[in-house]
Design a protein around this ligand. Structure first.
Ligand code: GTP
Ligand code: MG
Length: 477
């Protein structure tokens, strides 16, 4: 098995086939080498609730409390994936061991814990390199996974749309590719005679099969994305502005969409309940209609394979006029979650879109029992608002805040449009708010409030930007 992988394994651990203990191990990955093509199977066995040991490392510059918080979240992720975290082991290390992530003594301690509590799988909070995963499985004689694998597993379970499924499968395959390793019994493989080229090992055949599948999924997703982008272009031509709800998983994004639009969306007290975006139209206090979209939640250390695979879903966030960033104001670490969300927004290139922060769950007390904690966060972050999406508190204020934020995006201009460009005059009326029109010999002098996108398209006709609101200036005319 091991020869194709550069394991970086220390001599101390020996080499060769794992001994008999593995056969009694019930985890889905069996003899540690699950069929990487079979993404339906996921990473965890769900025919029973696997017993899991969690492992975390406290690195320099962090304290034990950070690790515990991250481990709490990992336990929640494991629970969401359908397994039980029965023990947790942590270690303080300034440098991660390249062969086994944690130190050698710690690996023994994990093994003993696994034997004592009959654990099926060990889940590490930090990303394991393929070599580390291989080494750890060999020593621990059971499946070793990382947080990424657990998150991928949850996504795989929750994906329902064709696009969501394709995106998750692609992310899983990208994760699996460097982790492919030879199988013990090649005869059970689907391939058979004729599928293997001259001098090709089964591993190479598997890898080729996997890469081919990845390319197919990539092509499919490009097709879906192109269709979606056409739809969005149609939306852009529509007079509706687009607002995207983003935030940490379980912050209450779907609840907020429901509260604001009445949409019947899935709301659950679990992580990653929403994978597919839902868009609904709603009316703002001034009568303006907007398109509001609820989308997939983010998490700390969101696997980059997933971010990459979900890029097309998240394009709606990139193209939004405004992001409503929902934060669980009564959660354990609102600022930490906000940072994690901002990081993902940067990663998908949506960091230029203006953001309105909403501290949700204002009906709940904080983790220390502090009443009104969401309101306190809102006061401390000027421009943000506190709401309770579930109890319907603060929603009018939020609607006003969205109206103001959108209004702040558009600017007032004076334009001169020659008669030959009747199309532009029509566009100014359709897309903007035209306040005055003055007929001149060669064209029309227009004062209008325009969105950034419209202003960009009409820039050759813009004479200057008007600092005062023309509504105020024109009332006496
Ligand atoms: N008490 C209280 N609970 C809330 C509030 N908003 C949402 N919740 C609860 O928080 C949980 C998560 O809500 P969702 O709306 O599914 O959260 P989400 O952000 O869409 O989560 P994902 O789609 O899984 O990322 C549910 O149990 C909701 O009932 C609120 O204002 N107050
Ligand atoms: Mg949701």
């Amino acid at each position: 098995m091991g020869e194709e992988t550069d394991t970086g394994l220390d001599e101390q651990w020996g080499s060769g086939e794992p001994d008999a203990v593995e056969d009694s191990h019930r985890g889905a990955l069996g003899d540690f080498g699950r069929d990487a093509m079979d993404s339906e199977a996921g990473f965890l066995d769900r025919s029973f609730r696997e017993r899991i040991v969690l492992v975390g490392v406290t690195k320099d510059g962090h304290d034990a409390a950070d690790t515990e918080a991250s481990m709490d979240e990992l336990a929640l992720l494991v629970d969401t994936a359908g397994a039980d975290a029965v023990d947790r082991i942590t270690q303080r290390r300034s440098r991660l061991d390249p062969a086994t992530l944690v130190g050698k003594g710690k690996v023994q301690e994990i093994l003993e814990a696994c034997l004592a509590i009959d654990a099926d799988t060990v889940v590490f909070d930090d990303e394991l390199s393929p070599a580390q995963q291989f080494n750890l499985e060999r020593i621990l004689k059971r499946t070793a996974l990382d947080r990424t694998a657990v998150i991928l597993d949850i996504f795989a379970q929750h994906a329902t749309s064709a696009e969501g499924k394709a995106q998750v499968e692609l992310a899983q395959l990208r994760y699996n590719l460097p982790r492919l390793r030879g199988k013990k019994d090649y005869s059970q493989q689907g391939g058979g005679i004729g599928t293997r080229g001259p001098g090709e090992t089964q591993l190479e055949v598997d890898r080729r099969r996997l890469v081919r599948r990845m390319h197919k999924l990539e092509r499919d997703l490009v097709g879906i994305s192109a269709r979606r982008s056409n739809q969005r272009k149609a939306q852009h031509r529509s007079p509706f502005k687009s607002v995207s709800i983003v935030g940490y998983t379980n912050a209450g994004k779907s609840t907020l969409l429901k509260a604001l639009t009445g949409a019947e969306v899935k709301i659950e007290d679990r992580l990653f309940a929403t994978l597919d975006p839902t868009t609904r139209k709603t009316q703002l206090p001034g009568g303006e209609q907007i398109l509001l979209t609820d989308t997939v939640g983010f998490v700390r250390k969101l696997p980059h394979q997933l971010v990459e695979a979900f890029k097309s879903t998240l394009e709606v966030v990139n193209d939004a006029d405004l992001i409503v960033h929902v934060v669980d104001g009564a959660g354990v670490d609102p600022y930490g979650q906000m940072d994690a969300v901002s990081e993902v927004l940067r990663e998908i290139g949506a960091d230029e879109v203006p953001v309105l922060v909403v501290f949700n769950k204002s009906d709940l007390a904080g983790p220390d029992g502090e009443v009104g904690v969401a309101e306190r966060f809102a006061r401390q972050n000027p421009g943000s608002v506190a709401v309770s999406a579930a109890a319907g508190l603060g929603l009018d204020e939020l609607r006003l805040a969205i109206t103001d934020a959108l209004h702040a995006l558009s600017r007032n201009y004076e334009l001169f449009i020659p008669w030959a460009r009747g199309d532009m005059l029509a566009a100014a009326h359709r897309e903007g708010d035209v306040y005055t029109e003055q007929t001149e010999a060669d064209g029309m002098r227009v004062r209008a409030r325009l969105e950034p996108a419209s202003a960009k398209r009409m820039r050759e006709f813009i004479k200057f930007e008007i600092e005062v609101d023309p509504r105020a200036a024109t009332t006496t005319e």
